[in-house]
Design a protein around this ligand. Structure first.
Ligand code: SF4
Ligand code: SF4
Length: 343
């Protein structure tokens, strides 16, 4: 891989979190991280990202709604004509509803299952807090697209179809599943600390049955963003002790960059930082360390081999094949899209 024109900037704006999830250790961090950047540096990175071709900024954390200048960042991103996305635990939606409704295009909100399951993973009472928080936003006529994001683990793998019902009841517009990350430090602390959350064989069997039920009910590839093929691959990944046997198809580091709360730049959410955006995003992406890191991704890279969120955007011949296929009716648009993205 080599750095190409930027399309997506992922910006961590907080290292704090007000939730204590079973599959994450970020909440165990310090309460007042001294190295977190302030608003001016972050605005400069967003402005530079736009000049580099970015079309969207995804704000994340920790919990991004705990950042005291997130509204300013979202407003500037919007002013620059970029899509505004936020990944949040949802607890702060109520206090931020007025600006979220008008400035944000897509909100990814964590939902782990029906009330009992969600609370067992995210803490007692958290489902009802999310319910109340979401109501402040769903009441608006104009509001962001609300996508529930669910991390599949031993705790909820057998009930992922019940998560669909919970998501609909809460007013979400869609639902997406992600396997628990068991190989990188992206969720804080050592990956081994999450080993007990790897689904066991009986749970994986129950997961496959839940996928079949969702397929029969027509949920997949619609309200549920993933199709049966992709969810089956998710189950397959749990069955291999070290994740998928070969690196998934992914070129995310070519067209996106991740800037941590202290300005550190990573090629993607899971790979180690190689520089800092304080001297500019362009120079950081062009540095020898960054370019070398990108060359080391893909086949043979330990983190890529068990990555839970690869992304492939077709380009060149792949893109052409998809377009020609659609034009000639070889593939439905959905199938063509799947062909160009690792599933
Ligand atoms: S997964 Fe998200 S909401 Fe949960 S503790 Fe980690 S940062 Fe907080
Ligand atoms: S496969 Fe995963 S870890 Fe590897 S580059 Fe893609 S997003 Fe990063």
């Amino acid at each position: 891989m080599i750095p190409r024109p930027l399309r997506l900037l992922v910006m961590h704006v907080s290292t704090r979190c007000d939730q204590a999830c079973a599959h994450c250790s970020i909440w165990r961090g310090s309460q007042a991280p001294p190295k977190d950047w302030g608003v001016e540096k972050r605005l400069a990175v967003i402005q530079e990202a736009q000049t580099l071709g970015a079309r969207a900024v995804l704000f994340t954390g920790g919990e991004p709604l705990l950042c005291d200048h997130i509204e300013t960042l979202a407003r500037e991103t919007r002013r620059l004509g970029l899509t505004v996305q936020i990944a949040t635990n949802g607890l702060g939606l109520q206090r931020s509803a007025s600006w979220l409704a008008t400035l944000v295009d897509e909100l990814y909100v964590s939902l782990e299952g029906p009330q009992d399951v969600h609370d067992s993973i995210r803490g007692r009472g958290m489902f009802m807090r999310l319910h109340d928080s979401l109501r402040a936003l769903t009441a608006w006529d104009v509001r962001p697209r609300l996508i529930a994001r669910s991390v599949v683990s031993e705790r909820n793998a057998d009930v992922i179809d019940r998560t669909v019902d919970a998501a609909r009841d809460l007013g979400f517009d869609g639902l997406s599943y992600l396997p628990i990350d068991l190989s990188s430090d992206a969720f804080g602390g050592p990956a081994e600390a999450r080993a007990e959350l790897r689904p066991t064989a009986p749970r994986i069997k129950a997961l496959r049955q839940a996928i079949d039920r969702m397929q029969a009910l027509g949920h997949l590839g619609g309200f549920v963003l993933e199709d049966a093929e992709k969810l089956s691959a998710l189950a397959d990944g749990f069955e291999s002790a070290d994740g998928p046997a070969k690196a998934p198809r992914c070129n995310a580091p070519e067209w996106s960059a991740v800037v941590e709360a202290d300005g550190a730049v990573r090629p993607c959410f899971f790979q180690p930082a190689t520089g800092n955006a304080v001297s500019g995003l362009a120079s950081s992406r062009a540095s020898a360390g960054y370019v070398a890191a990108l060359r080391g991704l893909g086949a043979g890279n330990r983190i890529c081999a068990s990555c839970v969120c690869p992304k492939y955007v077709p380009r060149g011949l792949d893109l052409l094949r998809g377009r020609v296929g659609r034009a000639l009716g070889w593939m439905t648009p959905h199938a063509a899209l799947r062909a160009g993205s690792r599933a």
